[in-house]
Design a protein around this ligand. Structure first.
Ligand SMILES: Cc1ncc(COP(=O)(O)O)c(C=O)c1O
Length: 409
């Protein structure tokens, strides 16, 4: 209890009783993490304030810097992302996946630097690089990061490459990048490596233990898993998180304690949810693979997928994301989307329930056809984020939607 809280308030006026803070009546520890909806934290006296401000003593000052709800969940995420290794990492939770990515880019890049990345990144990240960071004199080169010979040649030819940014499995091809080989190549050239681990979560893949320097997440997706808060995370060793913390607090990237609390609720069932979704995804991918109306199924769990072997090596299960191409093109894609009954159409992923996206009629509607096709986004491509429903219900919904295509082709 704060010293001042113990002092009697019985002589206060009605107005002052209304407006002063209450003494917290808490006799024992709550079982579940409380939501600390407090912008600032109280000092005992000036000695205490000096000792916290000079970091002699640990203490909370202001929730843009740090907050007990946020810090507690960040600590759990750092533990999960480094599980099974002896890496000492910290985590900074942010108010969106995009702000986590921006935190890393703005902390490590300067005018004249180049980012080497892949063409099939999350679209928001590609736009961020081309529409925001380009204006600060930061160039982006895209290549196929699964081709390490070509990647090495690009690095040798361009000494301005300061950072390699990767996403694996990539969207929508679900192709996987060999993170161990990529990180050792980058280290040999003194280049920082950053991986967006949103699709996998640390349950399926832990890039830090494969030599990657910094991991980012959109916690909005499978980490939360319930689709009820937007958030992000950056996890790296303490040397990096100290550097990142300066921009974090000064740009103001902190998440709300309530959103973080929702994330924590979701994290508790991460393994159950993700495991079930992966089992369902494998069954759906195998089913679609046998269907004559589908020309291609992209799922790294299928033995014929080009990244099956690398996925086996660096992921513990094959994930809950898949995509497939309908032979009937754009019209077949639209018909399929309009015919599902149980499955939801929504532009997100990683939720408890199965979600569909037809990029050609939604997220990529305004993207030039040649540009989207170069990144594997054809007219008939459907992306599926598989949930934890009964697999037989999912397969029968998919089958009746496929049957409906016959009526239009
Ligand atoms: C792989 C990936 N990274 C980052 C983001 C951005 O996350 P947020 O929407 O939480 O800002 C997304 C969003 O869809 C994503 O799919």
């Amino acid at each position: 209890m704060n010293k001042k809280e113990g002092q009697a308030k019985e002589n206060l006026s009605f107005e002052s009783i209304c407006s002063t803070e209450v003494q917290e009546l808490r006799y024992n520890k709550p079982h579940v993490l409380p939501i600390y909806a407090s912008a600032s934290f109280v000092f005992e006296d000036t000695e205490h304030s000096m000792s916290v401000f000079t970091q002699k003593e640990k203490g909370h000052l202001y929730s843009r810097y740090a907050n007990p709800t946020v810090d507690s969940v960040a600590q759990k995420l750092a533990l999960l992302e480094t599980y099974g290794s002896d890496i000492q990492a910290d985590c900074l939770l942010t108010n969106s996946g995009m702000s986590a990515i921006s935190l890393v880019l703005s902390s490590y890049l300067k005018a004249g630097d180049t980012v080497l990345t892949q063409g099939d990144l999350y679209g928001g990240t590609t736009e961020l690089l081309h529409k925001v960071y380009r204006n600060y004199g930061i160039k982006t080169i895209t290549t196929d990061l699964t081709d390490l010979t070509q990647t090495e040649q690009i690095i040798k030819d361009d000494p301005t490459i300061a950072l390699i940014y990767a996403e694996t499995p990539a969207n929508p091809s679900l192709r996987c990048i060999d993170l161990k080989r990529l990180s050792s190549l980058a280290k040999g050239h003194g280049i920082l490596t950053v991986v967006d681990n949103t699709f996998c979560t640390p349950y399926l893949q832990r890039p830090l233990s494969l030599g990657i320097d910094i991991v980012v997440h959109s916690t909005t997706k499978s980490l939360n898993g319930h689709g009820n808060s937007i958030g992000g995370a950056v996890i790296a060793d303490k040397k990096h998180t100290q550097t990142l913390w300066t921009a974090y607090k000064l740009i103001g990237l902190n998440p709300s304690p309530f959103d973080t609390w929702l994330l924590h609720n979701g994290l508790k069932t991460l393994t159950l949810r993700v495991k079930q979704a992966c089992i369902n995804a494998m069954k759906i991918a195998s089913h679609l693979d046998q269907d004559h109306r589908v020309s291609v199924v992209n799922y790294p769990g299928l033995p014929a997928h080009p990244s099956h072997q690398i996925a086996r090596e660096q992921m513990s299960l094959f994930g809950s994301m898949l995509s497939f191409e309908l032979k009937g093109g754009f019209e077949a894609g639209k018909q399929f989307m309009d015919s599902v009954k149980m499955i939801t159409l929504a532009p997100t992923l990683g939720d408890l329930d199965t979600l569909l996206l037809h990029p050609a009629s939604s997220s990529h509607l305004n993207v030039d056809k040649a540009v989207r096709e170069a990144n594997g986004i054809t007219d008939g491509l459907i992306r599926m984020s598989v949930g934890i429903e009964s697999d037989s219900d999912l397969i029968s919904d998919i089958s009746q939607a496929l049957d409906s295509i016959a009526s239009i082709t």
